[in-house]
Design a protein around this ligand. Structure first.
Ligand code: GLN
Length: 177
């Protein structure tokens, strides 16, 4: 696949390396113009969702990116990326939402602010799941496929061509599609 990684803020380098390692052709998306190349998938890395949203706005990238999503490009989102795409964040509707989930930011609490666990994803058993100030997926609509869970909450989901993780699969150097 030709994969465009949003390289504005956060863990974009780790995503670039993981996708390259899996044999994909990676380019960095730093400005709206970078979206004009032909792409199969957009990657939203983890980082700080409030900062990312602001930078995407300032760079006038919201409209072109979300147009590509609505036109059906694949999306792979991690942590802050999941927050940008969730329909509801901390009880507030998110107008950029494209995933029928409600998330709560930084919800794993102080002691569990960052932690690792291990679990299964479809086709990928015993995946190390690293949570870093991760959002909790409080609820998901029926049309959302739950790919993994922790303590009864979904931690990775798929809806149409969007796959999103609360944890950081890129830290394993792998892509789970
Ligand atoms: N806590 C961050 C946020 O609210 C997400 C953390 C992450 O991406 N690792 O955006």
């Amino acid at each position: 696949m030709r994969v465009g990684v949003l390289a504005i803020q956060g863990a974009f380098i780790e995503h670039e390396q993981a996708f390259e390692r899996a044999g994909h052709i990676v380019s960095e998306i730093r400005q709206a113009r970078d979206l004009e190349t032909s792409l199969d998938m957009l990657v939203f890395p983890g980082g700080e969702s409030t900062v990312q949203r602001k930078l995407l706005r300032d760079l006038e990238m919201i409209e072109p990116i979300w147009q590509r999503i609505d036109a059906g490009i694949g999306v792979y989102a991690t942590c802050a990326g999941l927050i940008l795409l969730a329909n509801e964040v901390d009880g507030q509707p998110n107008e950029l939402g494209r995933l029928s989930v409600c998330v709560q930011r930084n919800a794993y609490g102080r002691q569990l602010g960052s932690f690792q666990t291990q679990g299964d994803l479809p086709g990928h058993p015993n995946v190390i799941m690293t949570f870093i100030r991760a959002p909790r997926i409080l609820s998901a609509d029926k049309n959302v496929e739950i790919l993994s869970t922790f303590n009864g909450y979904p931690t990775a989901v798929r809806q149409g061509k969007i796959t999103a993780f609360a944890y950081h699969p890129e830290l394993n150097g792998e892509i789970y599609l």
